[in-house]
Design a binder for this molecule. Structure first.
Ligand SMILES: C=C(O[C@@H]1C=C(C(=O)O)C=C[C@H]1O)C(=O)O
Length: 363
């Protein structure tokens, strides 16, 4: 499988390699040519790669060839001993942006805005080595390496599910609030963090109300994401018969976990004030309408009767967080955090520095 992947990279053909949370095996999808496929109505099937701003193209790598297995280990690339420090100028810029966000929230109906920045690092670590380190370091994350010659190369280890659909059953999550994770320590989440996460939960439940039934919401619990911890609730429901996965995706994205609330006002602030293109950071990625065939012989004596074969289409999409873009000589990290009326700009800066360590650790 590693040879096929290396060969595809050499030929500059589109592919994605990914490992699902807590899974042992890696999946690889290889596109046979270099056409740029896009999603138009979500009836397509393939691996989607969507930007934050969905007025831009959502890319699709069709399931031309799917491989699944253990990737052979690579020779360790030389590890950089250099520490990557952001500049004082980057800090000043981000603190100013957050302050502007806090001021806007205090003087408007906006309750939350997620503000972010990018950080460029000179590095040429082999992408496949990077992918291996991501898999080793973050076993509970969705870890990927994605490439299209007309778009570029991205990698990441995200803790956040946008939506998982098995037939008509869907599950999603509300994730917000960030602390450093410490073993055997109960995190005393404060009011600001609890409210910030509640905004995301309320939004998701409200949005799903008209298009799903049997909605259940778990209580918010601490979820470890590498060296960080977040507050997380799981939300599930059943799609009503007149809707499909595309309706769920377009209803949920962008959630207040990565954009803010109310959505349109927060998004307008981001597009106007961040002064850089988020591109695929805070977009989403994953399997769309993947066919899963299961045969279940109810009667053991009737093994040859395959009448009980069912075909379902499943989708499994993740929010593109803790990610980077890979160019020939650079790794461009994307990091952000949720701002509310009580945010402290200095602490928000530090939060982005802590989040950037998730990617820096594997560079
Ligand atoms: C925006 C990011 O993460 C999001 C923001 C969080 C927060 O503000 O505490 C926590 C998890 C994610 O929903 C990021 O990692 O870049």
């Amino acid at each position: 499988m590693l040879d096929r992947l290396s060969n595809h990279i050499q030929k500059q053909l589109p592919f994605v390699a990914y490992r699902k949370p807590n899974a042992l095996l890696t999946n690889v999808i290889l596109q046979k040519n270099d056409l740029l496929h896009t999603v138009s109505d979500f009836t397509e099937s393939g691996f989607v790669f969507a930007p934050f701003d969905t007025t831009k193209q959502t890319i699709l790598i069709p399931f031309d060839e799917i491989l699944s297995g253990e990737l052979n280990r690579l020779q360790e690339d030389k590890t950089s001993i250099e520490a990557f420090h952001p500049s004082a100028e980057a800090q000043k810029k981000h603190v100013q942006l957050v302050q502007k966000g806090v001021d806007t929230i205090q003087n408007s109906e906006i309750k939350k805005i997620v503000l972010s920045r990018k950080e460029e690092i000179i590095s040429e670590t082999n992408p496949l080595v990077l992918f291996e380190r991501l898999r080793d370091t973050y076993p509970t994350a969705f870890v990927y390496l994605w490439f299209h010659p007309k778009v570029g190369m991205w990698a990441g280890a995200t803790p956040e599910t946008l939506v998982k659909a098995t037939g008509t059953t869907i599950t999603t999550m509300s994730l917000a609030g960030t602390r450093k994770f410490e073993e055997n320590t109960v995190i005393p989440w404060n009011q600001k963090e609890i409210e910030e996460q509640q905004i995301v939960t309320d939004y998701i439940v409200h949005k799903l109300q008209d298009i799903t039934t049997n909605i259940t919401v778990s209580k918010a619990e601490t979820h470890q994401a590498g060296s960080l911890a977040h507050l997380r609730s799981m939300i599930s429901g059943r799609m009503i018969s007149t809707i499909n996965i595309g309706d769920i995706i377009t209803t949920l994205h962008p959630t207040p976990a990565i954009c803010g609330f109310p959505t349109e006002a927060a998004k307008a602030f981001i597009l106007q004030e961040e002064h850089y293109d988020r591109a695929f950071y805070t977009g989403y990625l994953g399997e769309l309408n993947m066919r899963k065939e299961t045969s279940r012989n109810r009667n053991r004596k009737n093994q040859e009767n395959s009448a009980y074969r069912t075909v379902r289409t499943n989708s499994e999409l993740y929010v593109n967080l803790r990610c980077m873009q890979l160019t020939h000589h650079k790794r461009i990290l994307y990091i952000g955090g949720g701002i509310t009326k009580d945010s402290n700009p200095e602490l928000e800066w530090q939060e982005t520095v802590a989040k950037s360590q998730i990617m820096k650790r594997v560079l």
